[in-house]
Design a protein around this ligand. Structure first.
Ligand SMILES: Nc1ncnc2c1ncn2[C@@H]1O[C@H](COP(=O)(O)OP(=O)(O)OP(=O)(O)O)[C@@H](O)[C@H]1O
Length: 314
């Protein structure tokens, strides 16, 4: 591991100012003092329920808006300082997004060949046999057979195959970091693991780095070395995935884990399997929403904002 992480999110906050046609304007704090980092060739899972602020992190990293506070650094450079067409293009190639709906990101009027050749021609200036080899290469990387895939249109593929095409396209563009926002949640349960397995291999074999955004904490450890749990725009607990999952410290993390039906997740719950927290969900949410105090390190690299004991005071 090199010392400088590929991606650093440093004390990042985002406030949206809503101005409705009628009534008073209001502010939504979508992300509050978030600090996270990922080294090259590793994955960080950001987990939380709907509205917790996970996608806001992804959108900040892909430069869809400016932060209200803090900064995002890619290879040590503040992405707010990226200027000029060449630098912007280089960043938008290096940082690719894969979305929940694998169909929406593909043009139904074009074949898979078109989707993959276009970025390779445009960005890597390939043609002829070099282009054919590169298309074959990215399809092999995502474990799709060129002879049965290339001439098909997106609607002729399964959801899992379409998501593989999206990942192949990210590779064709030259992705170093893939922001995968709920990439498997629209897929059948039976093929979720295979797509996660593919992302795992892209990481291990190609050195691709993933920011994996998911509501499903059970899937985090398939892909991500590290997991951050979000609620109300803040990260309430983070650390090595194994440690966060097997030894959760925040009541909200316990609630997320108590909803996991997967027997492979080594969640060492307390006697009631976290049910007490699930039944007190509003109290847990109130705890998670509280302004962040100084985090406590419970195990090496495993941090939590508020301990169980704090819940009664919430
Ligand atoms: N462009 C925006 N304008 C106003 N509010 C926004 C905007 N984007 C996000 N928000 C608000 O910020 C909060 C966090 O949203 P975000 O989309 O990051 O959550 P999420 O955890 O990704 O949820 P989901 O899984 O449902 O997308 C929500 O309250 C949301 O309504």
């Amino acid at each position: 591991m090199t010392d400088t992480p590929l991606l650093e999110i440093d004390n990042a906050s985002k406030v949206f100012h809503l101005k409705p046609m009628f009534g008073a304007g209001k502010e939504v704090v979508a992300m509050r003092n978030v600090s996270l980092s990922i080294h090259k060739g590793r994955a960080l899972a950001v987990v939380g329920e709907s509205g917790s602020g996970k996608s806001t992190i992804g959108r900040a990293v892909t430069r869809l808006f400016e932060l209200s506070e803090g900064e995002v650094r890619f290879k040590g450079r503040n992405i707010a300082d990226i200027k000029g067409r060449a630098e912007e293009l280089a960043y938008s190639q290096a940082v690719q997004m894969v979305f929940q709906d694998p169909f929406a990101a593909l043009n139904p009027a074009h074949t898979i060949r078109h989707h993959l050749e276009r970025p390779l021609k445009l960005h890597k200036k390939l043609s002829g046999s070099g282009l054919a080899d590169a298309v074959g290469g990215v399809l092999a990387d995502v474990e799709l057979d060129p002879s049965v895939t290339l001439e098909k249109y997106p609607h002729e593929l399964s959801g899992g195959q379409r998501q593989r095409v999206n990942l192949a396209r990210a590779l064709a563009v030259g992705a170093e970091l893939i922001v995968a926002d709920e990439p498997t949640s629209m897929l059948d349960v039976s093929i979720r693991k295979s797509v996660l397995g593919l992302m795992q291999r892209m990481k291990a074999e190609r050195g691709i780095t993933f920011l994996y955004i998911t509501h499903d904490i059970a899937t985090a450890h398939y892909l991500a070395e590290d997991t951050a749990v979000m609620f109300g725009g803040q990260v309430v607990e983070w650390g090595p995935s194994e440690s966060v999952i097997s030894n959760p410290q925040h009541a909200y993390t316990k609630v997320l884990l108590s909803a996991v039906p997967d027997p492979n997740v080594r969640f060492v719950a307390d006697a009631d399997g976290g049910k007490a927290f699930a039944e007190n969900i509003e109290k847990v949410r109130a705890l998670a929403r509280r302004a962040a105090g100084l985090p406590v390190e419970v195990e090496p690299g495993h941090f939590v904002r508020h301990r169980f004991e704090d819940m009664d005071a919430a």
